[in-house]
Design a protein around this ligand. Sequence first.
Ligand code: ASP
Length: 620
Amino acid sequence: MQLDFLGDLKRTHRCGDLRASDAGATITLMGWVNRRRDHGNLIFIDLRDRSGITQIVFDKERNPEMHARVESVRNEYVLAVTGKVEPRSEHTRNPKMDTGDIEIIAVELKLLNESKVPPFFPGDANVNVNEEVRLKYRYLDLRRPEMHANIEMRHRVTLAIRNYLAGQEFYEIETPIMTRSTPEGARDYLVPSRVHPGEFYALPQSPQIFKQLLMIGGLDRYFQIARCFRDEDLRADRQPEFTQIDLELAFPTEETIHDVVEGFLDAAFTAAGHTIARPFPQMPYDEAIRLYGIDKPDLRLPAMTDVKAAFPPDALAALSIDASLPVVVIRTPKVGELSRKERDEHRILLSEKQGKVIKFLDDFKRLEKSWPEAIAKVCELCGAEEGDLLVLVAAPKKADETAAAHDEAAAKRRHQRDSFAVYTNAGQLRLALAQRYAARHKAFEGKDFKFLWVTDFPSFEWDEQSSTWTFAHHPFTSLHEEHMELLNEGVKALHDPNSALGAIRARAYDVVLNGTELGSGSIRIHQQEVQAKIFEALGMDEDEQKLRFGFFLEALQYGTPPHGGIALGLDRIVMILAGAPSLREVIAFPKTAAATDLMMEAPTPVSDLQLKELNIGVKK
Ligand code: ASP
């Protein structure tokens, strides 16, 4: 096929622009053939670009030569068309199209490019294309109006956030991609150095250390739309590289940071056409665990209620419930009557492991027969209404009472750990029930944005596998000043799961939306000795501290201001705003759940020569 050059032809409009008021104008459009209909003397072409679609008419009588050329045009060919805007007649108007009041009578055609028959047609809204095919031909997939809308939404939201932060005197500053390890709890992606054989850069898991160094550098307010890289075990909706809205401020309180975040989220949600309520409520971590059994509560459904006091001791004994641990009720609204079979199916909501930690009772009619007063009290405590599903959750009574710990403080901490296990397993059951009956309570439908700050997280978490304490957020998080004593005590018992370290609470906060964690941050440690002590609590002796963080411990000694910050996942925010089912729908070139790029076919093996240059041998 003979193709034309663009020459100096310029387009006058985009394909979604023209309206009835443009009738009579001579215009030039450029774009892709979305659809072609051949009616003999008349050929209709729907021309598409990112803004929309316009119908173009090629009339054999007016221009037989051009008409003949258009006969060979197929979907996804690239055209430039100059023509006249004409109003459509009443019966050919298409109210479903923005440009449906007009059509273009073609005067001149440039055939700029042809296209192979694509594996799927971007213009077909209803075709279910396998996601692997979409990802392999991402450039075609990106032509779909849905993808254009998501990418445009991402741009609009990012711009609103940028503008908001710039207005709050933040500087946008880039930080290195090739750097050294930043501990955020995942594995590093490594880049071998050719110049320094046997040495590696790490891709940043976050710009954490750099942004703190920027505060030491006196830059006062920093932000970045930052790419982060984490080599984590594969989970359904994760990306090995993802984007954070990352920021840091000097001399802040928690309130200063929360204000900034609420401000930019407000700007982002407004840009996407939503209003949100501010200020966001706050809840300490311990309360979130008690009420929701999770550190990212979904406030769209009722909290769990502690109902132990409603039961006389003999009732708990008869129900084989451990009376020393929490007894809670989960209320799921508007579920209605359940059959025996439906209730039986609740069993599969718990894994075998969970079944050892908690037991649940969902036959309230039966409970009511035996303990009418207690159940009336339970209903009152949790505010039950007609049709609500109530499920009582508690720890099963153990046959052999575990030997009492001789240290009272340690016994208390063990009790806290056991209670935690009951709450968190009950919390998972609460979410499973919420999902199961979503069609009945309908709380997840519509755009109900329930934000929450979860505060005062534990500083340390016990890692069963390694039998050590690890950081809960990252090791630069400040603890509450009054917990310094616990830190001093805790470093003496690094391998004890009941050590004082578990009681330390951090000046850390998460922003949560409808049960999803959008971001985490903290007030940082700005004193060198405290930082060194935290590293010690994480099991790093002085040599290791020096090796891994010597430069940072050094920097902290040169007048570090108090500082703090946060990072929020941009991909996830856009996904929620776009109502998209996965992160891959809002990232132009995402990776699969197996961390591969199906279009670029990455990762790939490299040549022996490259390996040799890098001084690397690969085991075959
Ligand atoms: N660097 C942290 C993260 O990626 C966020 C922060 O503490 O600012 O989760």
